[in-house]
Design a protein around this ligand. Structure first.
Ligand code: MG
Length: 257
């Protein structure tokens, strides 16, 4: 009889733990480790190797229409700053990341992601000068994802309203989150978004947005949470995802609970 109660108790604990599960997203991949670099294919594979929930990546459209992976709006080549969206792929391919990798196309990146066993890919559409270019980028990315049958393994985030609306339209079932920090969960609900992915500072000012989002069936993600006290604060606020440059530190703090 005692054993039966123990079993029931552990099932309850497990169920409760599941409800409380808070997940880790490696910001620009897991790059703070040997041989890695932000937004490199190595960082993606390293994120998979530590089995976090997801790995985030930033993408742009080159001037000749190829989706590429980079965070900043510009790259530096031979001391010259070039805007990614105004530069053709052939030139962008001369750029080396800090770990020696060539700046990846999104296609190469997605092919590597197809081999990952553990993670989701959190794709950030960077805001471009022209809406038309953004729409082309969104459509190309959706096609590449669909061609590889990866629809259930990707999520989309953007600061730009055009991008979140395009993503929602082109991938009605995909998780799509808004990054810009300025809209309440009630507003995001009218746009059919999955929730918000805001800088953690926003939640220091508006902690009630977490429970409001949850009431509306939304999920909450925060970026880029690296300091122990901020990580703990976000855990206490019951956010669903923590995007971080320190995935192992977040895991350690979560496991201490
Ligand atoms: Mg990003």
């Amino acid at each position: 009889m005692k054993r039966k109660y123990l079993l029931i108790a552990s099932v309850l604990v497990l169920a409760f733990t599941n409800i409380q599960a808070q997940e880790i997203i490696a910001h620009r991949g897991f790059w703070k480790t040997a041989g890695s670099a932000q937004n490199s294919i190595t960082a993606l594979m390293k994120a998979d190797s530590i089995a976090v929930y997801g790995s985030e990546v930033d993408i742009w459209l080159s001037s000749d229409g190829v989706p590429v992976v980079n965070h900043d709006a510009d790259v530096t080549l031979n001391g010259e700053k070039l805007l990614v969206q105004d530069t053709p792929l052939a030139t962008l391919r001369k750029v080396k990341l800090s770990n020696g990798e060539t700046l990846p196309t999104f296609e190469e990146y997605l092919d590597a992601f197809a081999k990952c066993k553990n993670i989701k890919l959190i794709i950030e559409f960077k805001s471009h000068k022209l809406k038309e270019r953004e729409d082309i980028l969104a459509a190309k990315v959706m096609d590449m994802v669909a061609q590889r049958g990866l629809q259930d393994k990707v999520e989309f985030i953007a600061f730009g309203l055009n991008f979140v609306q395009q993503a929602r339209k082109l991938a009605p079932k995909a998780p799509v989150y808004y990054l810009n920090g300025d809209l309440a969960p009630q507003v995001l609900a009218t746009m059919n978004l999955s929730g918000f992915d805001y800088n953690y500072g926003v939640l220091y000012n508006r902690p009630e947005w977490v429970s409001k989002a949850h009431e509306l069936g939304q999920k909450v993600n925060v970026w880029t949470v690296n300091k122990p006290e901020d990580i703990q604060k976000m855990i206490d606020l019951k956010v669903d995802y923590i995007t971080t440059d320190e995935p192992l530190l977040v895991r350690e703090i979560l496991q201490k609970k």
